[in-house]
Write a protein that binds this ligand. Sequence first.
Ligand SMILES: Nc1ncnc2c1ncn2[C@@H]1O[C@H](COP(=O)(O)OP(=O)(O)OP(=O)(O)O)[C@@H](O)[C@H]1O
Ligand SMILES: [Mg+2]
Length: 311
Amino acid sequence: MIQLDCVTKSFGTTRALDGLSLAVRPGEIFGLLGPNGAGKTTTIRLLNGLFPPDSGSLSVFGMDPQKQGSEIRARAGILTETPALYERLSAEENLLFFGNICGISQQKLVQCVFEVLDLFGLEARAKERLAGFSKGMKQRVALARALLHDPELLFLDEPTSSLDPESALQVNDLIRTISRDGGRTIFLCTHNLLEAQRLCDRVAVLDAGKILASGTPAELAAALFPGVRVEIDMEAPAPVNLAEKLAVCQGLRSIQWEGGTALMDLADHADIPGMVATLVSAGARITRVEPRPVSLEEIYFQLRKNHGGHT
Ligand SMILES: Nc1ncnc2c1ncn2[C@@H]1O[C@H](COP(=O)(O)OP(=O)(O)OP(=O)(O)O)[C@@H](O)[C@H]1O
Ligand SMILES: [Mg+2]
């Protein structure tokens, strides 16, 4: 669906993209993660044909954005970092206006606008001026605009960055609905790791224009944190010299404490029963044992640490 091979792009002396390669598969929600200035927006702009790369190649639907930009735009929608909408027009008028620019026929457009307003829960306030809308509502109108021509592919650049947690959750739900119901492919740029964790099938971590790693969050976790991390709650006080007693425990790599919870890094799931048995024989009164999935946040910071980035 999207392919970039060894793409570089500089602005003056700033190298925004430095040999970027990635592929996005049909139907997936792909997250491009990275700190401010990593090159996320530059990637979206290149894919939308705003400017050519300095070197390397890229394609969307197998087409070159520089040569077949209008064909790509007919099949793709985009939500930019700062979507421009007309404050003095109502939500409905904004959508009708932008739909007209897209070249959607008048009869079809009225139906499309009705459908997206309904999908986005905006029908009750469709006739009000945008000036009176909250940021979250404006963002929903902007997302609705990107969807008007029923695109197969949607580029979303930081869709929730200026929203409060509740509006951000609503927009996340909409993104999931848009992806699931339409079988659409979504290319999402974000520095919100929780958002990426909630939404993305696969992610790539971008830093200073280079991909540090890509894959499903589970694949990245397995590569960076082999083994299993288990959370164990036990009644206070914990047995004395617990660490010494656990030293004989097979597969145990490290123990850390988070308040009253012990975090044990083990080589394998199969090492869990032996570790629990050792704890019990040491006198621990265990109230909970739970393997903890590695979060995208841990993956992200570990990757940046491995590559000498700031954490
Ligand atoms: N039009 C431009 N002119 C000059 N420099 C630019 C331009 N666009 C991007 N850059 C530079 O390229 C680098 C990458 O910028 P980009 O906007 O792609 O980052 P980003 O990952 O989207 O960051 P953010 O999370 O802040 O949106 C930055 O150093 C930026 O200053
Ligand atoms: Mg950006």
